[in-house]
Design a binder for this molecule. Structure first.
Ligand code: NDP
Length: 313
């Protein structure tokens, strides 16, 4: 027999926990499925300096713990389970995790987005053996090493800065001259003596030693996309910072999405195309993608849900 809840929140970043906080504080029975990355992307970031209320900044994982506890204080039940199937064609909605079946009157989707990879050119071989998408997780292993960061956005600047705490040098490889990152982040990276830049460039191949179980990245072949010239450079580590893909596989063919897979919500609301299913945070926002804007839409989703549930009775 499936366990029933008034509100099921899928995802546990700032959007999911804020939705859970507001919905449980509105006296609704709320369950949060935290998914494969409990706490979401902020658990793999370092210091969050721009979440209002924390004058001196706060570590990402700590912020997520606070948000989780705040939601639990009002009765939200947060569990480390991952939703693997949804059926939104029936009422109540049906959801399956790896352990159990659930039903819900309403669902709030806050599954976020995941760091992009390039695949190919030796990446698969050396992923986890010198290539990573998480400086916070893996930076520690690169003490006094030569590191490259791919990307020209805020993440690339931030990760590069963080990695200088460990590495002997950090080179940002970006495929064009102009950066997508904000001026303050670019300036900070440029002022850092350990960071340099390789522009108009892409990695053509990851090079290294492959002894079966033991693999190690030793270099990269980089191509200048303007001149076509290539060069081989020694590299101990490469960190990806090339953006994100929304976590929406579960909803393909079920919910309306844009061409890149972000869920579409009705303007000025968190309503999806299915009545009773709401979406908030990075899974429906490829523009702002900030912890605070995700939390803001999480609040909106809870209010939309509460009002929608009230209308149903
Ligand atoms: P962005 O989408 O902003 O940047 C991705 C970067 O990767 C771009 O420079 C892009 O190049 C490059 N890129 C994408 N695909 C490829 C590819 N296949 N090969 C090579 N390069 C590629 O992502 P971010 O993760 O940097 O930032 C996401 C959001 O999070 C932004 O809104 C950002 O402001 C925010 N953020 C804010 C922070 C803060 O304020 N502290 C910290 C980190 C992120 P191109 O420019 O040519 O498209």
């Amino acid at each position: 027999m499936a366990t029933h809840h008034q509100v099921i929140v899928i995802g546990s970043g700032p959007a999911g926990f804020t939705a859970a906080l507001y919905a449980s504080r509105a006296n609704l029975d709320v369950k949060v499925f935290e998914g494969r990355q409990p706490g979401g992307q902020l658990t793999i970031t370092t210091e969050v300096e721009n979440f209002p209320g924390f004058e001196h900044g706060i570590q990402g994982p700590e912020l997520m713990n606070i948000l989780r506890k705040q939601a639990e204080r009002f009765g939200a039940k947060c569990v480390y389970e991952t939703v693997e199937e949804v059926d939104f064609s029936v009422r109540p909605f049906k959801l399956k995790t790896e352990n159990e079946e659930y039903t819900a009157d309403s669902v709030i989707i806050a599954t976020g987005a995941t760091a992009k990879r390039l695949y190919g050119n030796g990446e698969d071989k050396f992923w986890g053996f010198g290539i990573s998408a998480c400086a916070t997780c893996d930076g520690f292993f690169y003490r006094n090493k030569k590191i490259f960061v791919i990307g020209g956005g805020d993440t690339a600047m931030e990760e590069a800065g963080y990695l200088t705490h460990f590495a002997s040098s950090v080179t940002i490889i970006h495929r064009r001259q102009e950066f997508r990152a904000s001026k303050v982040m670019i300036d900070r990276a440029k002022e850092n003596p350990k960071i340099d830049f390789l522009l108009d460039s892409v990695i053509e191949e990851f090079l290294g030693e492959d002894k079966g179980m033991i693999k190690s990245l030793t270099g990269i072949r980089v191509k200048n996309v303007v001149t076509g010239e290539t060069q081989e450079l020694p590299a101990d580590g490469v960190f990806y910072a090339i953006g994100h893909t929304p976590n929406t596989d579960l909803f393909k063919g079920v919910l309306d999405m844009d061409e890149t897979g972000y869920l579409i919500t009705k303007p000025k609301s968190t309503y999806t195309n299915i009545s009773g299913v709401f979406a908030c945070g990075d899974v429906q926002d490829h523009v702002y993608r900030q912890a605070i804007s995700a939390a803001g839409t999480g609040c909106m989703a809870a209010i939309d849900t509460e009002r929608w549930l009230a209308e149903q009775h």
